[in-house]
Design a protein around this ligand. Structure first.
Ligand code: NAD
Length: 254
């Protein structure tokens, strides 16, 4: 399947974002990676000369995002695919969730998605075509203990996805969420380390508990999430709009 155009992937330097970026380049797109730290983004981009570029921004900063999107256009032209993958998953029991953690989860996962979507939309409206793909989470579709702020933010991403999908439905633009279950990335490794620190369990035990949440009894691979994103970018996915596609071995059925 070949697709063309210019995709911008936030959080593109690692994990799911990096897997998405590589998959979209393989599919024929030019890809700009956006993240807070340029070095890892530039390293990944250098492995795909002429096909990948890197720009720096914290997605919580609207001005920095606008500037980075302008730089991205200078590399590969108007942006017609946006993949919002930048995210953080802080955890705490609810009464230990202070205002700073709450604000941080909303700012990165939800408001960051809002800023990037506002920055990209004029290009898509001008082109009469676009794909906005938000990497939400199964935590955007169901509750999980000890991650109230993250869950609230990801449910917000699903709500934003649904509202915008309707608003843009006649503009040639689709808006969808991809909702991974536990996926093999740095974010999951941090969660495993957190469980080990708080419960004294071994890494193997903590990992097994995360895998057990998936009916297939395994951790999802980032490339599986990336393949879903690639499909959503294809012409054949034009009728898929406002959906939240769970990539989690059947943990969530909606
Ligand atoms: P990851 O930590 O490898 O990737 C997240 C990326 O976002 C990192 O590159 C990080 O630097 C970047 N980022 C964080 N805050 C940022 C900010 N303010 N501005 C710009 N970039 C920022 O982890 P991942 O698992 O690849 O996460 C990607 C997305 O997938 C996240 O939105 C996460 O919530 C979601 N997700 C992950 C899992 C999982 O189990 N790994 C499950 C469901 C959903």
């Amino acid at each position: 399947m070949t697709v063309s155009g210019h995709a911008l992937v936030t959080g593109g330097g690692s994990g799911i974002g990096a897997a998405v970026a590589k998959t979209l380049v393989d599919a024929g797109l030019r890809v700009t990676l956006l993240g807070r730290t340029l070095a890892p983004l530039q390293q990944l981009a250098a492995a795909h000369p002429g096909h990948m570029a890197a720009v720096q921004a914290d997605v919580t900063d609207a001005d920095a995002v606008a500037m980075a999107f302008t730089q991205a256009r200078a590399h590969f032209g108007p942006i017609t695919v946006l993949v919002n993958s930048a995210g953080q998953a802080g955890s705490a029991p609810f009464l230990k969730t202070d205002a700073a953690l709450w604000q941080q989860m909303l700012a990165v996962n939800l408001t960051g998605t809002f800023h990037c979507t506002q920055a990209v939309l004029p290009d898509m409206l001008q082109a009469g075509w676009g794909r906005i793909i938000n990497i939400a989470s199964t935590a955007g579709l169901a509750g999980y203990a000890y991650v109230a702020a993250y869950c609230a933010a990801k449910h917000g991403v699903v709500g934003l996805t649904r509202a915008l999908a309707l608003e843009l439905a006649r503009k040639g633009i689709t808006v969808n969420a991809v909702c991974p279950g536990y996926t093999e990335t740095e974010l999951l490794r941090d969660s495993i380390a957190n469980v080990m620190a708080k419960t004294g369990r071994s890494e193997a035990d903590a990992r097994a508990e995360f895998a057990a949440g998936n009916p297939q009894g395994r951790i999802v691979q980032p490339e599986e999430v990336a393949d879903t994103v690639r499909w959503l970018c294809s012409a054949g996915a034009a009728s898929i709009n406002g959906q939240s596609i769970a990539v989690c071995g059947g943990e969530i059925m909606n």
